[in-house]
Each structure stands twice: as C-alpha cells, then as structure tokens.
Design a protein around this ligand. Structure first.
Ligand SMILES: [Zn+2]
Length: 178
C-alpha cells in the first residue's frame, strides 16, 4: 500500500495518542515563564510563550508507531538514543536532566509554532513524510528547529522566529504538495 495512503489511514490513531498523552500530563505541566530563561520573549510572541506547557519526565513519550501499524517509522520509535524533548501540540515533554537548557526550550517552542501553523493532521503528515524521506536528523521540521536554535545560541540579533517559521512552513507545504 502506498505509504501516504497508509499514513492518512493511521492518522486518527496517532492523533488519539497525541491527545491522550497531552491530556494525561496536563496536571503536572508548567509554563515556560516558571523557568528563568533568557530572552525568549524577544523571539516568540507572548501568546505563544504563555500557552506553551512544559512537562519534565525521565523519558519522553514517543508515539507507539509500530503497534499503530506504521512499522516504516520504527527507527523513530526505537532509536536507542533518548530524545531530550518531544513536542505534542502546545506541550513540550522534556527530559529532566536537560530541562533547564534554554536552547532545548527554544527548539521545542519552534515545534509549537509549527504545530500551530500546520494544525494536528498536517503537522503529523509533514513530520511523518519528513522522517520517511530524510530520516530524523534531516527531516525538514527538525532542520528548521535546529537552524533557528543555532542562531539563538549564536546570539544572533533578535529575530522574529514565528514569521520566519511561518514562511518556511508554507514553502515546505508547497514543495510537498500538501
Ligand atoms: Zn525537534
């Protein structure tokens, strides 16, 4: 079966997992402002920062892609290295040992902006296609998040990350014909 068709067919199951996972941890979620992080408000809109939720965990949740039936992405799920963070909708799940790092918050906030622009289903499609075609490190939504995080870490003069992400995401959608 065509992989894109299969993705589309499995999308409701992934979305269900996303919704359940986010709901499950809302009680222990903190806001970004409860961390003393430098300068984030110079890069992101206040409404993005105030709606972002942070959950610290020993191990971040990864979608059960193989049991959902998307065995093509099993590497993402089974990757032996542990992810420091994963963002689902407006909630960033951060590994406890890494949760104080400003650049990790920045990276995950870029993902929040991507989720906001794309909406759940399109985000999942674009992310899934990216993983499949390019692998985790080269998948477009990850490359985008790393690029702006690098600029942030290099203390590049303040830039409006949301505008830049929005235009890149739109280019990506055109490229993928989504
Ligand atoms: Zn990322």
């Amino acid at each position: 079966m065509d992989i894109l068709l299969k993705f589309k067919e499995k999308l409701p199951l992934v979305r269900e997992w996303v919704d359940e996972t986010v709901a499950q941890y809302q009680n222990e979620a903190r806001t970004t402002s409860s961390y003393s992080l430098r300068n984030l408000s110079q890069y992101f809109l206040e409404e993005t920062l105030s709606s972002a939720k942070i959950v610290e965990m020993d191990k971040v949740p990864v979608p059960p892609l193989s049991s959902i039936g998307i065995s093509e992405l099993v590497n993402f799920e089974k990757d032996p290295k542990e992810y420091d963070g994963i963002t689902l909708l407006n909630t960033c799940f951060l590994r406890k040992v890494a949760a104080k790092r400003p650049e990790l918050h920045f990276h995950e906030l870029v993902h929040i902006v991507q989720w906001q622009i794309l909406g759940v289903d399109t985000f999942l499609m674009v992310y899934g296609i990216g993983l499949l075609k390019f692998g985790y490190w080269k998948s477009p939504l990850e490359v985008m998040a790393r690029k702006y995080t690098d600029l942030f870490q290099e203390n590049e003069p303040v830039f409006n990350v949301e505008t830049l992400v929005r235009s890149e995401v739109n280019e990506l959608l055109a490229l993928l014909k989504l």
